[in-house]
Write a protein that binds this ligand. Structure first.
Ligand code: FVH
Length: 292
């Protein structure tokens, strides 16, 4: 089995280490607070004195820290990687990923950026999805090891792509959570227990997820007319949500930005447009005029 370096033993880093040990890999770890390495050392991992010791003595080093500033800090001064691979699984921006890729390349290493679409308890299972981008040869060389962490998907050569899609998927998740929280607080304000309401909400949201493909196709095609549920009709419901929330003493702040965008589109003649037209409103290349 490969010898793998792991820098960062927080909640996620520890889960990554446990999955690698379960797959029989030799693990060489470092964490700023060395005490967090105790459980992995008890399971057979070795503790390095410095992050450089990890990076310079393993063919594959995985970094999973709180943010990319920390990654840049631990890689400060890195040299002599001689083709070794660094995989950064820290949440960051595409720009940060490309900057760290440059740092690793300048030190003679190969870089993969990754986005972990999973929580620690499911790491090491097929339910964990990890998105990768960057050096494809490095990905192919280490794919078997990386698949110890969960289902691996390589997106392309742009080191920033995995971070972009990680952040995009998280944006979708937070949009969903915003709606779930707003909806549940409204129901509770009407004395409907959240546990009871969640059955209705879950079924409704699962049905609405069937719209994702149509919204995606419309955004690809820039095709917003002939809506099944035109924005003019949806605006009525949206205004009712806002007024009812306020009457019940609930801050509509989680959903108000969407209402504002729908109102703007309708006021500019987009009343017959599909909800996907809001994507047109917010994207830099969006046309500020209603669909023809
Ligand atoms: N946990 C989760 O559910 C999510 C799932 C999706 C992916 N995220 C991302 O994974 C990265 C690490 O998250 P984490 O949950 O492991 O975070 P913590 O438990 O807070 O551990 C943070 C580690 O970072 C180390 N660290 C912080 N600052 C520095 C620094 N300046 N220099 C070196 N290391 C630093 C910290 O060390 P210590 O505090 O133990 O000494 C931890 O090892 C993250 O990008 C998530 O967005 C997790």
């Amino acid at each position: 089995m490969a010898s793998v370096g792991l820098i960062g033993l927080g909640a996620m880093g520890t889960a990554l280490g446990e999955a690698l040990l379960r797959q029989g890999h030799n693990l060489f770890v470092w964490n700023r607070s060395a005490g967090k390495a105790a459980s992995l050392i008890a399971s057979g991992a070795q503790l390095a004195e410095t992050p450089m010791q990890v990076v310079s003595s393993t063919d594959l080093t995985i970094i999973c820290l709180v943010d990319c500033a920390a990654v840049t800090h631990v890689l400060d001064g890195v040299v002599g990687l001689d083709g070794r691979t660094v995989v950064n699984l820290t949440n960051g921006t595409p720009e940060q990923a490309r900057g760290i890729a440059d740092t690793v390349a300048l030190a003679g290493g190969r870089y993969l950026d990754g986005g972990i679409m999973a929580i620690p308890p499911i790491i090491g299972t097929p339910h964990a999805l990890v998105l990768y981008s960057g050096d494809e040869a490095a990905y192919r060389s280490h794919r078997n090891t990386l698949e110890a962490l969960g289902t691996a998907e390589f997106l392309g050569a742009d080191a920033g792509l995995a971070s972009l899609l990680d952040l995009s998927l998280l944006a979708g998740m937070y949009g969903l959570f915003s709606g779930v929280i707003q909806a549940t607080v409204m129901a509770k304000a009407g004395n409907v227990p959240a546990r009871q309401f969640s059955k209705l909400l879950t079924a409704w949201l699962q049905a609405m997820l069937l719209s994702v493909d149509d919204i995606s196709a419309r955004l690809d095609d820039h095709r917003f007319g002939q809506a099944t549920s035109p924005l003019a009709m949806q605006l009525v419901a949206m205004e009712n949500i806002l007024s009812t929330s306020r009457q019940m003493g609930i801050d509509p702040g989680l959903i108000e930005p969407m209402a504002r965008r729908i109102r703007q589109r309708v006021q500019r003649g987009g009343g017959a447009d599909d909800i996907s037209a809001i994507g047109d409103e917010i994207s830099s290349s969006g046309s500020a005029v209603a669909a023809q």
